[in-house]
Design a protein around this ligand. Structure first.
Ligand code: C2E
Ligand code: SIN
Ligand code: SIN
Ligand code: SIN
Ligand code: FE
Ligand code: FE
Length: 385
């Protein structure tokens, strides 16, 4: 280790902080518990829990680790300067606590052979004290570990009191942590379903490679551009690739027809909107619900001349209006079995003409304001020739 790192470290760890008194403790607990009980997002919850733990025991760092039983390891996301790290069960102090479910308080880690000195060597940080407490779910299984490093009061050691406080924090937050883990699994599952279905749809209509990725990114860009939150933009990004999922039920003879469709064929083709909606509408899941709206409404037009319902203006859901622009922009700029790709100039002039006719006029303004970003997406996800 460089002397330089060592000096900085010791300066930062100026151990002059005070233990919170009982009133301050209550305040810490109330403040964090009210935030934690509203937090479904796993990553944010982990940060809140780590902050709470750090304040309760006056440690320099606190990290919440999660148990991955299948891989017999623990992992953590960003918390107090430590990036995502994975450790096997049994490795280091936290790994032992994860495996055995028993709290450990170690105030002389360098003479404890369970301590992993490599971590300090890699980070240039000096560990003087470690406390690690298991977090249990409602069945009493260990689902995580609270880890505090370096006591910041003049006592310079963790005591029974710190163990009790972290244990309390782990009891109060265990259920929330379990719920957030389940929630993340649900969301991950939905994303997997959506990408699989969108890919199947894409394979069927022989649309080359990146169509769904581009539509997803264009939709996200437009959503951000019209002032939506990151979370909602992300929801639109995940659901817009599903817009044509109903084409899965359209016969090849129509879907892949090299030329113009007959009146009869066109009627069948238009049913892909209703079909997509019918596939998705029963789900109570947020992403699939959004996808059902997109599938249903992406061919509606602002002036009411679209299908299947002929809705107009703001009666068309904003997700439908956004995906309409993303879809047509991509369809025109790409080769299809029935047409060649258009030049950019021609595409842009159609978008100007269709402002307030096919497309939401406000969104067309957003589209042109964000044209640079949109063209960058097009170039990033260009189809291989
Ligand atoms: P798609 O190929 O994904 O096209 C999506 C939308 O982009 C179309 O919705 C339309 O609004 C726009 N678009 C695509 N190509 C052109 C074009 O050459 N000119 C203009 N003005 N707009 C274009 P639309 O019209 O509701 O069509 C829905 C889907 O029906 C299309 O999805 C495609 O799968 C199919 N389709 C439409 N026309 C034909 C056709 O002539 N032949 C075949 N085989 N399929 C067609
Ligand atoms: C250990 O738990 O043995 C080291 C891990 C750390 O200091 O973060
Ligand atoms: C809670 O999860 O909010 C309460 C924790 C408990 O008492 O089990
Ligand atoms: C959520 O509630 O944010 C996702 C889970 C769901 O779709 O029900
Ligand atoms: Fe469509
Ligand atoms: Fe499409």
């Amino acid at each position: 280790m460089h002397d330089y790192d060592y000096q900085i470290d010791e300066k930062v760890l100026d151990k002059t902080r005070q233990e919170p008194n009982s009133q301050e403790l209550l305040k810490i607990i109330f403040t964090y518990i009210s935030k934690i009980s509203h937090e479904k997002d796993l990553e944010k919850l982990l940060v809140l829990m780590a902050d709470m733990g750090r304040d309760l025991i006056v440690s320099d760092r606190c990290t919440v680790w999660l148990v991955d039983r299948k891989n017999r390891s623990i992992w953590t996301k960003v918390a107090h300067g430590i990036d995502r790290v994975v450790l096997p069960f049994g490795a280091g102090i936290v790994g032992c606590v994860a495996e055995q479910g028993i709290p450990l308080v170690i105030n002389d880690p360098y003479s404890d052979n369970r301590f992993d000195k490599d971590v300090d060597r890699r980070t240039g940080y000096t560990t003087h004290n470690i406390i690690a407490i298991p977090i249990n779910n409602s069945e009493g299984e260990v689902i995580g570990v609270f880890q505090g490093v370096n006591k910041m009061t003049s006592e310079a050691a963790f005591a029974d009191r710190d163990q009790e406080r972290l244990l309390l924090a782990s009891i109060y937050t265990g259920k929330e942590l379990e719920a957030a883990i389940l929630h993340e699994e649900i969301v991950t599952t939905q994303k997997e379903i959506i990408f699989t279905m969108a890919e199947i749809g894409e394979m069927r209509s022989k649309e080359t490679g990146n169509h769904v990725k581009r539509v997803a990114e264009y939709s996200r860009e437009l959503a951000i551009g019209c002032g939506m939150s990151e979370a909602e933009a992300e929801l639109i990004k995940m659901s817009s690739p599903m817009h044509d999922i109903g084409k899965i039920a359209i016969p090849d003879s129509i879907l892949l027809k090299p030329g113009k469709l007959t009146e009869e064929e066109w009627k069948v083709m238009q049913t892909h909107t209703q079909l997509g909606y019918d596939i998705l509408k029963h789900s109570a899941r947020k992403i699939l619900k959004a996808a059902s709206i997109v599938a249903h409404q992406h061919h509606e037009k602002w002036n009411g001349t679209g299908y299947p319902e002929g809705s107009s203006g703001e009666n068309i859901h904003i997700y439908g209006r956004i995906t309409a622009i993303a879809d047509v922009f991509d369809a025109l700029a790409s080769d299809r079995c029935y047409k060649k790709a258009w030049e950019l100039e021609k595409v842009l002039s159609l978008f100007k003409d269709e402002k307030g006719k096919h497309f939401d006029p406000g969104l067309i303004d957003v589209f042109f304001d964000h044209l640079d970003a949109i063209l960058k997406i097009r170039d990033t996800y260009r189809d291989a020739v």
